[in-house]
Write a protein that binds this ligand. Sequence first.
Ligand code: GDP
Ligand code: MG
Length: 736
Amino acid sequence: MEATIALAGNPNSGKTTLFNELTGARQHVGNYPGVTVEKKQGIYAGNGYKFQVIDLPGTYSLTAYSLEEVVARDYLVNEKPGMVVNIVDASNLERNLYLTLQFMEMGIPVCIALNMMDVAKTRGIEINAEKLSDLLGIPVVPTVARSGKGKKELMEAVAGNVSRSAPAPLSISYGGDINTALDEMEGDINAQSFLTDRYPARWVALKYLEKDEQIVDLGQKEDPSFSQKIESVVQKVSDHLSDTLDTYPEAMIADQRYGYIHAITKQGVIKHSRHQNRLRLSDKMDKVLTNRFLGPIIMVAVLMGLYRFTFTYSEMPVDWCERFFGWLGGVAEANLPGGLLKSLVISGVIDGVGGVLGFVPLIMFMFFGISILEDSGYLARVAFMLDRVFRIFGLHGSSVMAFIVSGGIAGGCAVPGVMATRTLRSPKERLATLLTVPFMNCGAKLPVFALLVAAFFAENEAIVMLIITLIAWLGALLVAKLLRTTVIKGESTPFVMELPPYRLPTFKGLFIHTWERTWQYIRKAGTVILGISIILWAMMTYPGLPESQARRFEEKRAALLTSVPPSIVNDVTSAGEDRGLSPRAEEIKDQLMTIDFQEAESALRHSLAGRIGTTLEGLTALAGFDWRTNIALVGGFAAKEVVVSTLGTAYSLGDVDPEETGSLSKTLVNAPGWSPLTAFSLIIFTIFYAPCFVAVVCIAREAGSWKWGAFSMVFNTIIAFSLSVAVYQAGSLLGY
Ligand code: GDP
Ligand code: MG
């Protein structure tokens, strides 16, 4: 075997010393073609192995900031050595690992020579090489180049790994904004096969973000217009970062890399036997905030505070919104001619979309709170703490971020959540994660919960919201455990979690992040939800009552009116306001309204959606859902917000006096068949049942098979239904 190995590392890490130690006399010195950078080559022969060894120029990074970096990188890309031996100065570990990460991000096979172990020791630094190797997933061999110690073990490790196929490029999370941009660029670059014959797509994207001159030049030559397109994405995220966090991509990327490294080293990799390490401010804060005992308590208090903040301060504006849509409905009622158009506008559009839009203030407050947690870096700590728990359930540290993105705290979306699982390297852990993230409380489920909580648990909104969140997590984790012990069995892999330094969020940043998410919500209500709302309205309106039945109600009304004196009839039919109605007239009016209500209800039952709802009722009654709720839940397969809009439409179609109805939550409280228990059962069902259609498509795509998309729909709905039935039946037995 004569593989080539390249020695790489920071200047003064001991490369040349090790190179001389390995190659002895068998070496020669030249220059890299075209540049005056020294190129040393030699042969290692010993204990049965023979390798070509190259001493690469010393570099701190692999971005084209200097000639040395360009030379080293070009060599790696063009010559593709069998293995890079990364010489790492153990007495300065975190700084040196920065380069290591970049090899890994390029998907280059790498092994670490943990050099200067003697220096580290005299400085009171103890390093656990095995742990480091586990966490990074690459071989790590302690060496002292000057005395040749560890040389043999190092070559053993190289020989044992050199013939392996190249590892998948490491994917680090660079924070929400950059991740989103990276995902977008990576997709485009792959689709265009832009430079992908030489470099991994994500790496190219990363270099564009880092403004790597060499790669950008290369890209511009390769495909000028496409390069332009990528540069404009970079410009966008640069502007965005400067607006929101007062930083720029390169700084953010470096921060996150060091965060990643720090997260590794703090897991028992480095031990300082003397208290000489200066604690950075972030570390000091972490001592408290991620403390084993205090951390979780603080975390629950913070979440509780978030919910309390959201519900308390959004109450008034939500009320204004509801009043506004109520008023709008009234205006439409008074000004539109009766008939289908009026029904469409009031029941389909205003009550449907209005129900969803009414929650905009609440969503906005929630997102504002979450932006604070995210921009300050606390959210990453939440992930870090939950990570310990995750491993118990067969998931991985990187799963946590996916859960949080999907709405682990509240108000995310399963679609980016499912995409975020791409950072998981083990396919099984990834599958288990992407199948369970839809259980989180995404932004679309929020209005459903908010509606039901406001109606039935108004006293304890924040607590109930916290309970809902905990149920979602517990359910997701238990299901993950179930999956990991049955259909997706397998070993768990070590995890690493990035901890960027804490930073003070900027006000401008908070507002921009809040507004972006709120606007997404509003736009969805105005487009997708509006469309579905209208379709469902049509399903709830057609086919209309058959002539004969409609005539029966007409006859009933006529019969009622002929049975009383004409003066009363006159009073009842003409009076807009019920001022001065005699008790007798009042009674007649009520009876008339009852007939109207019965007619509206039979019409709804007779409609297509009504028939579906009533057919399912036999089954869903076990969980306390009547036919109207069924209609809403069926609509929720398209998008969860639709549950609210459909309930709005269903109750307004079955309603005869819109002027008297207040908000939908009040309507529900007074509606027959509704109780806190029914509401709770519906909440449970909403947490767990099939992901919305878009999420299912995304799951199928990311899992690589339609089978898993179908699985998530069927499996989740079965789980949801079983839990709701259990809750409802147990609750009924206990007399709730
Ligand atoms: P390069 O810049 O990476 O090529 O580093 P060199 O090989 O020139 O080494 C830099 C200095 O570190 C030299 O003075 C070496 O003697 C010294 N050195 C290299 N490896 C070790 C080691 O393991 N322990 C100690 N104490 N010194 C080392
Ligand atoms: Mg040297």
